[in-house]
Design a protein around this ligand. Structure first.
Ligand code: SF4
Length: 294
């Protein structure tokens, strides 16, 4: 029987700074269909599908699991796709994990997470919400089936009001698309104002499948991206990276504003570990998980 609760494995990527944690995906595939999705090269660019016998197998896995390690839900498929409304697989998993005293880090783009506030506010849980832009039209183009940024902002506010610690992923920052410094600063300022405590930022890393989707959607950028990534960039562990100087420039407005707002920040898989880029106990926001039940 396959294991559904697995130690998080960043494919031995030396740039990953995540603390040890488990990774749990109630679904495979992802109905949000973000054009830049990295996971699609592993799980395919297809709609979410609930995993077979998920709760039964999770129960079995939890018997042997170490409660000191947080469980991250999910790293490669959103745990709140539209079908979660009816299927409630993530909710069932949360119930189990939180009742057993596990620490949980939810990573999502969906305000559907608000449905589970009753569980999240009384357990050891923190939420990491991704917002890549405040521009609703742009978000619709890049993340066609994910809830709009305004709904995510409202979710941050409500979660924080319920005492659930929230971090925000500004990931990915894509050259020529959502990299306007003033807009990035505004985004950090808005989420801090709603109560977010931590920011994770990351530049867009190219896989050929996501570059193909992005180039078809933004044909005016295609030539520039090919040059920046494939000619001047570097290939690291299966991804094409932008040149280092450009990555630092894209990240700077986010980090600068986080400093101004006096919230913690980190970059994700960039290889920049100085305080200027990483000023938090963890990059992924798992340090925010409260210990309400031991
Ligand atoms: S929400 Fe995440 S996993 Fe789902 S399509 Fe978007 S980037 Fe991929």
């Amino acid at each position: 029987m396959p294991h559904y609760l697995r130690l998080f494995d960043p494919w031995k990527n030396p740039l990953c700074t995540c603390p040890p944690k488990y990774s749990l995906q109630p679904y495979t595939g992802c109905s949000h269909k973000c054009l830049y999705c990295y996971a699609s090269s592993y799980i395919g660019y297809r709609d979410s599908l609930p995993k077979k016998d998920f709760i039964k197998k999770l129960l079995r896995d939890l018997r042997k699991a170490d409660k000191n390690l947080p469980v991250s839900i999910s790293n490669s498929s959103d745990p709140y796709p539209p079908m979660e409304k009816e299927i409630k697989l993530t909710r069932q998993a949360l119930k189990l994990l939180l009742n057993l005293g596990f620490k949980v880090l939810i990573v999502t783009k969906s305000n559907l997470v608000l449905r589970d506030v009753d569980l999240l506010s009384s357990g050891n849980a923190s939420i990491s919400l991704t917002i890549t832009t405040l521009n609703e039209a742009l978000a619709k183009r890049m993340e066609p089936h994910a809830p709009p940024p305004s709904a995510r902002l409202t979710a941050i506010k409500k979660l924080c009001e319920e005492g659930i610690p929230v971090s925000v992923r500004i990931d990915p920052i894509i050259p020529g698309i959502n990299d306007d410094p003033a807009e990035l600063e505004e985004l950090v300022s808005r989420v801090a104002d709603k109560g977010a405590l931590h920011i994770v930022a990351s530049t867009y890393k190219v896989k050929l499948d996501n570059l193909g989707r992005m180039s078809r959607a933004f044909p005016e950028k295609a030539v520039e991206w090919r040059k920046l990534y494939l000619k001047y960039g570097a290939r690291i562990k299966g991804y094409w990276y932008l040149p280092e100087r450009l990555r630092k420039r894209l990240l700077e407005p986010v980090l600068k504003q986080a400093r101004k707002e006096r919230i913690s920040y980190a970059v994700c898989r960039e290889g920049f570990r100085s305080k200027d880029f990483f000023n938090a106990p963890s990059c992924d926001g798992s340090h925010l998980i409260p210990l309400r039940i031991l």
